[in-house]
Design a protein around this ligand. Structure first.
Ligand code: ADP
Ligand code: AMP
Length: 224
């Protein structure tokens, strides 16, 4: 931050809106970490930790992992030294209790959210994005077979790692994730709007266009 205070940014949006794609770009540019709760759960699942095995039961159905687990995990992650200058939160908060918990965590750090970008995308586009999403098993880079394809099919441009499709991007699970989003996460739009923090970003532009709109919003809120 210009004034030295940390920057904690929440990217709000439905599954497939482009939060991870944008968070990664901002994180590289600013040198502050992307904290994706979905990535943390998937990492734990891959290494078969207790947390991973617990999260699996919820993730494979497209349901939310219980708040007491998720909030504690985020609190712990944000206490690491690499978050001293801030973090870009992607996939958290996902309901009102998580948003309240984040307000408390940031208050304890002597800071708060300056604004909340909401990446807005229509339902049909979301399903098309989820069904074409491919992820690098090694570095987590995100591709889309039509909108952001890798140079060599099945291989990551950045690290050469193998690309895979998330099991929860299958249409049956993806549809439930969108249902859960509308029931539990979408109320956060009003939560942040009422606090005067919400800034809508048109998420249906190309990836670069969304990035430009996000950066403009960030600049106009006195962020770096
Ligand atoms: P989220 O983190 O919100 O679930 P992702 O960043 O993983 O979303 O993006 C979902 C899919 O849509 C990915 O395959 C990604 O490559 C693609 N994508 C992201 N942003 C755009 C965009 N602006 N236009 C087209 N495709 C996009
Ligand atoms: P994502 O990678 O953000 O699409 O998240 C994948 C899955 O991880 C979700 O469908 C949930 O099962 C779980 N998850 C991720 N973030 C949260 C959260 N903030 N609260 C509860 N569950 C979450």
């Amino acid at each position: 931050m210009d004034d030295g205070s940390p920057l904690f940014l929440v990217l709000l949006g439905a599954p497939g809106a482009g939060k991870g794609t944008q968070a990664r770009m901002l994180s590289e540019k600013w040198g502050i970490p992307q904290v994706s709760t979905g990535d943390i759960f998937r990492g734990n699942l891959e290494s078969e930790t207790e947390l991973g095995l617990l999260a699996k039961q919820y993730m494979e159905k497209g349901e939310l992992v219980p708040d007491e687990v998720t909030i504690g995990m985020v609190q712990e992650r944000l206490s690491h030294s690499d978050c001293a200058r801030g973090a870009i939160l992607d996939g958290f908060p996902r309901n009102i209790p998580q948003a309240r918990a984040l307000d408390d965590i940031l208050k304890e750090k002597g800071t708060s959210l300056r604004f909340v970008p909401y990446i807005k995308v229509s339902d049909e586009v979301l399903l098309a994005r989820l069904s074409g999403r491919w992820i690098c098993r090694q570095c987590g880079a995100v591709y889309h077979m039509l909108y952001n394809p890798p140079k060599v099919p099945g291989k990551c441009d950045i690290c050469g790692g193998e690309l895979y499709q998330r099991p929860d991007d299958r249409p049956e699970v993806a549809k439930n994730r969108l249902k859960v989003y509308f029931e539990q996460t979408a109320p956060l739009i009003e939560y942040y709007r009422q606090r005067g923090l919400l800034v809508e970003i048109d998420g249906e532009q190309e990836i670069e266009g969304v990035q430009v709109a996000l950066e403009a919003a960030i600049k106009s809120h006195d962020c770096p």
